[in-house]
Each structure stands twice: as C-alpha cells, then as structure tokens.
Write a protein that binds this ligand. Structure first.
Ligand code: ZN
Length: 236
C-alpha cells in the first residue's frame, strides 16, 4: 500500500482500488488518509464508486497486526469486492487544519525551551505538555507573539529521510531534537523547519510556516508541579 500522505500531504484526490473489505473496514491499494497516531487524528474522506454511489470514511487507523491502514465505513455498507475501482476524496478542510495545527506545535516546541512530555491535536486546537522547573510561569502573550513571528517568517518546512546510523554519526542534529528518535530503525522521517527545528515525526505538515496563519494561545494549564499544558489554535 502506497501511503501518499508521506510523499505529498497536499494530495486531495486519489484513484485506487479496494484490496479488502471486512468487519474492520476497507483496505485500499493506496491511500491519502493519515492513520491516527503521534497525537494526530485519522482522516475523514468520501469514497466514490464507478456508479456514482458514495461511502463516507469517518476515520482511519493502522491495524496493529498487519500495519495496513484501515478506513472506517458504516458497518451496514454492502461489502465491496477486491479490485473495485474507487475515487478517494479527502476531507481537506479538516486535514488542512490538522497540518496547520501540527506544524504550529513544532514551533511551540521551539518557543518553549523545555522537555515535551506529551501532545495531541484536533481540527480545533492542539496542545503540548512541558516539563518545567517548579514555580516557572509561562506568559501566554509572549508565547503567542513568538509563534506569530515564526509564522510571519514563512519558513520552508521539509521532509528529510535518514537512518538511525546516520543520525548517530551526527550528534549535533540529535541535540536539537525534542524527542529521542527511534535510532534502531533503518529509515527515520525528519521534519525540518528551516533553521529553527529538526525532529523525527511521521505526521502531516504544511509546506511553509506562513500557511499556519494567525496563532492564538488559548490556555495554559498546570498539570502537576512540573507539568504545564499549552493549548493553541489557528485562525479560520
Ligand atoms: Zn510533526
């Protein structure tokens, strides 16, 4: 299965075929849909058949055993035969907000210089949790200003592929990363925001920080003595 979102997060339409349709849902030869993971939700989409009939894909997840991407469709939908030609149209407004908010979370990890202990996002907002020294307060206005300054620089966002061995040979790269990369893997996907951030990530991102648009810090919450949760959103 080709996972097109890895190559081009902007592709919205795909002609492909059904590989399997069972009680879990649909497996396609190729897909545009990102499977739930790394704090980013799965995608929703519309599948159109040759006769014009349509099926709604409400979510996409990776099957734990086969590692295939399973598309959730209504359980009462007639089973599609393997080989059936279909056109997949991504719910683009929703996915594009995931991309903008996800990329903004990378910027947030640059603006707040502390360990990231967790994160999550939806089409509405995103959050990161930071491990901060006890008593250290975060200023929402200053964070918001710093984020919007990075957005205004319209920095290119690139996908780089490397290997665990290559990364181990370049410790200066690892130093800049918020999360320890899976160095045992032969292939590691890195997201580089030109000159400001480099970290391993499998999610979907915008091509330039300018696309994130106006950022707002919605809330800063204390989650325990050392843990601060910062929630952001982006303008419509
Ligand atoms: Zn990412």
């Amino acid at each position: 299965m080709a996972e097109q979102f890895n190559l081009d997060a902007y592709q919205q339409l795909l002609h492909t075929r059904v590989q399997q349709h069972d009680e879990r849902g649909l497996i396609l030869d190729d897909t545009l849909c990102y499977p739930l993971g790394g704090g980013q939700p799965g995608d929703s989409a519309i599948l159109t058949l040759a006769d014009g009939s349509q099926l709604t894909i409400s979510d996409t997840r990776r099957d734990k055993e086969s590692r295939q991407i399973v598309h959730s469709v209504p359980a009462d939908a007639a089973r599609l035969a393997p080989g059936t030609a279909v056109t997949l149209a991504l719910d683009w407004p929703r996915r594009y907000r995931h991309m903008r908010i996800h990329t903004c979370l990378h910027l947030l990890s640059v603006v707040i210089k502390a360990g990231v202990t967790g994160g999550n996002l939806s089409a509405d907002s995103g959050r990161l949790d930071f491990d901060l020294p006890e008593g250290m307060e975060l200023q929402a206005a200053a964070i918001e200003q710093a984020l919007n300054a990075l957005v205004a620089r319209d920095l290119p966002v690139r996908v780089l592929m490397t290997s665990g061995d290559a990364l181990k040979a370049q410790p200066e790269l690892i130093k800049t990363m918020a999360v320890t990369p899976p160095l045992h893997l032969p292939e590691i996907r890195l997201i580089e925001i030109d000159g400001v951030d480099l970290q391993p990530c499998g999610g979907t991102h915008v091509g330039r920080t300018g696309e994130i648009g106006r950022v707002q810090v919605k809330k800063i919450e204390s989650k325990g003595a050392r843990n601060k949760r910062v929630i952001i959103t982006v303008a419509d």
